[in-house]
Design a protein around this ligand. Structure first.
Ligand code: FAD
Ligand code: NAD
Length: 465
């Protein structure tokens, strides 16, 4: 039986990045993945395919609605769904192949098959053939799966999760989306842009409820413009299918029943940790009542030599959070002393305009009783935004009232997914709002909105409004 320093179960961003870092640190490493392609949810049915379709559908709506204003005449654009899905597949294939290349380059031994515990140091891999390996340290990076509503079981044809929604062969005429979280907003955007009539039903009183309230308000305003209809404070009670039609029933605030008919119902109410098939009991492990593996700050389970990272443990279900944890575990195993500041893990919604956030929200800080200052700056006041025509949105900087240290930055606007990195850098170095405000920002760029919002937070003296 082959022996390894480290064996990692699951090849998502947590597992594969952890494997590369282990190999870089000289550890003999195995990576086990049950599917034939590497990359996990993120590369196969998550981040990458969703962004491919978001980009394609954004091109379509720009051609349809904005080219004329720019003085570009084209025939009426039409959607070729087959080609859009083929392109997405190519992007996914290339990205997954890239991970395979990185495993070979770093001499990580990849095993294809379902990994399960035989005992606390031995793993069985059930694939085309059966293998067994032993490892000093084991990392569980088995990720998550879409959460099912008890009354809306996925039939994967008409009552679907994000996985199927990323592979539709036609543009739905009508789509009901349950959940106005990140997946709900991103995939509603894709299909509304392509011409579907989209209704979003949300249990809470706003969209993306974990974000700063101002962001929720602004994104809903923008998405309504592309035709998405929102129904907040609605409790879905029934989802039923008859032929190719799905009926969704819900109770509104006044407990009145409302219902919608659609050709597809996308259920996007969160994701649940995935540990099925691991035979955790054979390693003396169990999940908590929410199905998660509980770990300490070093990502160790109850068994010190078995670690768990990414979506299978608590915290934001984000690819870059999983990556940081993969790196952290590899470095801990190699005897280093790494650290993750979870407050500085940014979060992005890839709608248009995009939404991005790092640090604490105004609501959370107020609840904490912290004395703060806020400064906002609208993109419409920027020359760069007028040139491109992307005028929606704003940047909001929140800083400590006494020290001026930046505590949170929340943005909605063009390319803020990339702009948030400036805020992360600033906060990592514990910058004040004035530090950001005094840095030169190239003109004309969207980044000038960050400087201006910081100026507004510092002394309420933005230049261009
Ligand atoms: P996963 O990526 O889920 O990988 C786990 C892997 O383990 C899988 O490949 C699985 O097959 C394998 N596995 C499970 N059990 C076993 C076993 N017993 N044996 C062998 N293999 C096993 N996050 C972002 O940061 N940005 C985004 O833009 C973004 N977009 C998303 C869009 C969608 C539609 C979805 C669904 C998610 C998105 N996410 C995004 C979230 C992101 O995909 C996850 O947070 C991330 O993939 C978690 O990484 P992970 O390594 O923990 O697990
Ligand atoms: P989410 O937690 O972001 O949103 C789920 C939404 O569904 C919430 O607003 C919640 O209030 C609502 N909800 C829950 N139960 C409901 C019910 N019965 N009826 C109506 N609404 C209900 O989850 P998601 O959108 O499914 O995404 C899953 C995970 O994937 C998230 O944790 C997210 O971090 C990750 N993800 C990230 C990105 C990104 O980083 N851009 C993109 C997609 C997914």
């Amino acid at each position: 039986m082959e022996k390894f320093d480290v064996a990692i179960i699951g090849s998502g961003p947590g597992g594969y990045v952890g494997a590369i870092r282990c190999a870089q640190l000289g550890l003999k490493t195995a990576l086990i993945e049950k599917y034939p392609t590497l990359g996990g949810t993120c590369l196969n049915v998550g981040c990458i395919p969703s962004k491919a379709l978001l980009d394609s559908s954004e091109h379509f709506i720009k051609a349809q609605k904005e080219f004329k204003e720019h003085g570009i005449k084209i025939n009426t654009p039409k959607v070729d769904m087959k080609q859009m899905i083929n392109r997405k597949k190519k992007v996914v294939d290339q990205t997954c192949d890239g991970v395979k290349f990185l495993m070979d380059k770093n001499k990580v031994s990849v095993y294809q098959g379902l990994g399960s515990f035989e005992d606390e140091h031995t793993l069985k891999i059930s694939g085309e053939k059966e293998d067994k390996i032993q490892a000093d340290k084991i990392v569980i990076a088995t990720g998550s799966k879409p959460t099912e509503l008890p009354f809306a079981k996925f039939d994967k044809e008409r009552i679907i999760s994000s996985t199927e929604a990323l592979n539709l062969q036609e543009v739905p005429q009508k789509m009901v989306v349950i959940g106005a979280g990140i997946i709900g907003l991103e995939l509603s955007s894709v299909y509304a842009r392509l011409g579907a009539e989209v209704q979003v039903i949300e249990y809470m009183d706003r969209a993306i409820p974990t974000y700063d309230k101002a962001m929720s308000k602004e994104i809903v305003k923008s998405l309504k413009k592309i035709g998405i209809k929102f129904h907040f404070s609605h409790q879905v009670t029934e989802v039923s299918r008859k032929g190719d039609s799905v009926t969704v029933k819900a109770q509104d605030k006044k407990e009145q029943e409302v219902s919608w008919e659609a050709d597809y119902c996308l259920v996007a109410v969160g994701r649940s940790a995935y540990t099925q098939g691991l035979a955790l009991d054979k390693a003396g492990l169990k999940t908590d009542d929410r199905g998660k593996l509980v770990v300490n700050q070093q990502m160790q389970t109850e068994k010190d030599h078995i670690y768990a990272i990414g979506d299978v443990v608590y915290g934001a279900m984000l690819a870059h959070k999983a990556e940081e944890e993969g790196t952290l575990v590899a470095e801990l195993i190699a005897g280093e002393k790494p650290h993750i500041d979870y407050n500085l893990i940014p979060s992005v919604v890839y709608t248009w305009p995009e939404v991005a956030s790092v640090g604490q929200t105004e609501e959370a800080l107020k609840e904490e009783g912290r004395a703060i200052k806020t400064g906002s700056f609208p993109f419409r006041a920027l020359g760069r935004s007028r040139a491109s025509g992307d005028m929606e949105g704003l940047v909001k900087v929140i800083s400590d009232k006494e020290t001026d240290e930046v505590l949170g930055v929340h943005m909605i606007g063009p390319r803020v997914a990339d702009l948030i990195a400036e805020a992360v850098t600033a906060m990592e170095f514990r910058a004040s709002a004035e530090d950001i405000a005094r840095m030169s920002h190239a003109h004309p760029t969207y980044a000038e909105a960050v400087k201006e919002a910081a100026l507004a937070a510092t002394e309420n003296r933005p230049i261009h409004v």
